[in-house]
Design a protein around this ligand. Structure first.
Ligand SMILES: [Zn+2]
Length: 138
């Protein structure tokens, strides 16, 4: 157990599901390493009393998004959050996969910019284009 666990909120103390915030959680066996597992009778999610790795913290995705917005690189974010670069890259792909395209409405003004770049060779050009609503920054 490292020092990080002192900051953790243990499920056994709160008795609240971390996914649906229901109080209907019961014990559900142990892991191979002997950690207590719980299951939520409301949403059927299984989870541990506490997690040893920072990558499983519930707020980690939010922190990753914030640090990317601040312009930190992959290795910097991995160092700051104390997770591996491989895990971080997988998380970023997960987060990117869950992004839905925004609803564009008529009569609004958007700031548009584009950038042309090449993948591996000059004969493989790609375009990156973004449109942003200046008032909401979304
Ligand atoms: Zn639940």
């Amino acid at each position: 157990m490292t020092g990080n666990h002192n900051r953790c909120i243990k499920v056994s103390e709160t008795r609240i599901c971390t996914f649906c915030y229901s109080c209907k959680i019961i014990k559900n066996g142990h892991t191979k390493t002997g950690k207590q597992q719980h299951i939520c009778k409301q949403c059927n999610h299984r989870f541990l009393n506490y997690y040893s790795y920072n990558a499983y913290r519930k707020d980690i995705d939010f922190l990753i998004i914030q640090l990317i917005k601040e312009g930190l690189g992959i290795r910097s974010i991995a160092r700051v959050l104390n997770i591996s670069t491989t895990t971080l890259l997988k998380r970023i792909l997960d987060i990117a996969g869950n992004i839905r395209s925004p609803v564009l409405s008529f009569g609004k003004t958007y700031e548009v910019d584009e950038m042309r770049f090449f993948i591996r060779k000059k004969s493989n050009p790609m375009w990156l284009t973004y449109a942003m609503d200046k008032t909401t920054l979304s």
